[in-house]
Write a protein that binds this ligand. Structure first.
Ligand SMILES: [Zn+2]
Length: 593
């Protein structure tokens, strides 16, 4: 009985769970996509507004019709990757999705061509629901190249930037690292040794990082060559694609503007003292004169060993959401009641936590491995916040408007974590319990808002250096990394010398054809803290605003959404609301000392 409650019921996704029936649906999905292609390919240029709407509605209808079979295959595999049937179904889904994507890729390309000539179509009232979808296509048009140039780029990337990316991830996944544990030498792969970074044993944390970064530093020529190639390739692509700055591509992809990101980053730099104050308080809580880099994410030594049974977590999370809004509470209750969460710990299950939207069911499915720690309750609240986002967006929007960009995609989830915090703090009986809660929240805030900001500054400085004609060898890159890191951390952290190699292990810097991966994390974190601050100030009247924001999905840009709700993302005063909320948490923690 208890076991069943922690295992999800995927049968609700489809009428028939027989593998042959799922396979048949996937085949039909491809056939219908090819039919749609036959009907519209090379004809989009001649469509009027009504014709465009029909095309996009047909595509959305296909997505919804076959979503259940697709999700069933994917989620069965995530739930049990050792099961042969699940493996085969997941494989079939991947093949079918590739064909589906290939068949329908012409739509956005041809729409781009049409809109470049007739941008006024975007304002046609017939297309009101697809307005922003079309605006996003149009924003990409000036940066597209001819078909043969695009093909050439794919070909040169395969053995160029993509090869550097692969080299970096292969290095991390194939090297082993040696350190001493209880007097014995132990050799481990990367995935295992980084598990020690958060060990309660300080010496182990230190040794683990020393061992990894020392090894990374020995191959400095490899990393510097890779970063140089990836960055210089991007500079070349900026020229060819007419992206005005190194960040332009990512701004387009994330549907945000430069002014908003500038004001976000200024707010971060203006508040580094607040972050450093938190680090000093955490050092006191750990009985240390100063935190070392390997203490930044360490648990508090005196944290209570409190665990939460599944039902207790369910109660906490449901009431956290329910106190904010009755409908939220009901949806969360439904998620548990209809068994759309998988929390059981078992072999073969995908690691980490994840929320998969289910638009056709106007709901979602959540996966995590629930171990009963307080951080597991947080993860559950986080993923269920994504589920709330799906509940709202799938009721209000077409599937094309449910692809929310990363700056806003974490709004429901991070907001939910703060609602949980409020509930847990109210019930905390001892100061140690309070400290444990606040440190979870402030550690996460510190990483996403501040430590990730160092990476944004670093990436920016790489392009500034290239523009000034500097050659990016390992020593130069180290200097740039230390400058960015120190700008954020000041003198609040004691660093191991080998941490100058920190930039070598971050896969984001090596991703082919995608620069500036990092600021959306900063955006998301501070955005939600700012919203939560406004909720605290405005009370109930704020609730419909958050719901409107989530319900909009990707039908509006973050800028447009915020403006409608009365916030100005280009104004530092908005972002400062988030800092005021962080400051309140820091002060609460300080009072427990
Ligand atoms: Zn998330």
């Amino acid at each position: 009985m208890v076991k069943n409650e922690m295992v999800w019921d995927l049968s609700q996704l489809v009428d028939n769970v027989e593998p042959a029936s799922i396979q048949k649906q996937l085949d039909d999905m491809v056939t219908e996509a090819e039919k749609l292609r036959a009907e519209y390919h090379s004809k989009v240029a001649g469509l009027d507004a009504k014709g465009i709407r029909n095309l996009l509605e047909s595509k959305d209808a296909l997505t919804l019709k076959f979503e259940g079979a697709v999700r069933y295959g994917q989620l069965s595999y995530m739930a049990n990757s050792t099961d042969d049937t699940a493996k085969q179904l997941n494989d079939a889904v991947r093949r079918a999705m590739t064909k589906f994507g290939q068949a329908l890729a012409f739509i956005d390309i041809e729409l781009g061509g049409l809109l470049a000539l007739k941008a006024s179509l975007i304002r046609d009232p017939v297309l009101v629901e697809y307005r922003h979808y079309l605006e996003r296509i149009l924003r990409r048009v000036p940066h597209m190249l001819s078909e043969s140039e695009e093909q050439l780029i794919i070909a040169k990337d395969r053995n160029g930037v993509s090869a550097w990316e692969l080299l970096q991830s292969d290095w991390l996944s194939t090297r082993t690292f040696t350190m001493e544990i209880e007097g014995k030498k132990k050799t481990m792969p990367y995935g295992e040794i980084i598990g020690l970074y958060q060990s309660p044993n300080r010496e182990l944390r230190k040794q683990a990082r020393q061992s990894v970064f020392e090894s990374l530093g020995k191959d400095d020529i490899v990393w510097a060559s890779a970063i140089r190639a990836v960055c210089e390739d991007h500079v070349e692509m900026c020229r060819l694609r007419k992206w005005s700055t190194a960040m332009t591509q990512s701004l387009i992809e994330n549907d945000v503007d430069e002014e908003a990101i500038e004001s976000l980053m200024k707010t971060i730099l203006n508040n580094t003292k607040l972050y450093q104050t938190y680090l000093k308080i955490k050092a006191q809580l750990m009985d240390l004169p100063k935190l070392a880099d390997y203490d930044l994410l360490a648990p508090l030594p005196k944290s209570p060993e409190k665990t939460y049974a599944w039902m207790d977590a369910r109660k906490e999370v449901t009431s956290a959401y329910g106190e904010f809004d009755e409908q939220f509470g009901n949806w969360i209750h439904d998620m548990y009641e209809k068994r759309r969460l998988d929390g059981e710990v078992r072999k073969g299950k995908a690691s980490g936590a994840w929320c998969s939207p289910w638009m056709a069911g106007k709901s979602a499915f959540v996966l995590q491995s629930y171990n009963g720690r307080m951080t597991d309750v947080y993860t559950q609240a986080h993923e269920l916040g994504h589920a709330i986002h799906s509940h709202l967006a799938s009721r209000a929007q077409k599937p094309s408007n449910c692809e929310v960009g990363s700056c806003v995609a974490e709004t429901g989830s991070l907001f939910g974590e703060l609602l949980l915090t409020e509930c847990l703090l109210k019930k905390a009986k001892t100061k140690e319990e309070k400290q444990a809660i606040l440190v979870i929240v402030l550690d996460e805030f510190s990483v996403s808002a501040f430590q990730v900001s160092a990476r944004v500054l670093f990436e920016q400085s790489l392009y500034d250096a290239i523009r000034q004609g500097q050659f990016l060898d390992a020593e130069t890159i180290n200097k740039l990394w230390l400058a960015a890191r120190n700008k954020i951390n000041g003198d609040a952290v004691e660093w191991l010398d080998v941490l100058k190699w920190d930039w070598t292990r971050t896969p984001h810097y090596y991703i082919a054809n995608y620069r500036f991966y990092n600021y959306p994390y900063v955006f998301a974190q501070l955005f939600v803290f700012a919203l939560y601050r406004l909720y605290k100030e405005q009370g109930r009247s704020f609730v419909p605003k958050l719901k409107a924001l989530l319900a909009a999905g990707s039908s509006k840009s973050p800028h447009e959404l915020s403006t409608e709700l009365g916030f100005d993302l280009t104004n530092e005063a908005f972002w400062q609301n988030g800092m005021r909320q962080a400051e309140e948490f820091v002060q609460m923690l300080e009072r427990t000392l």
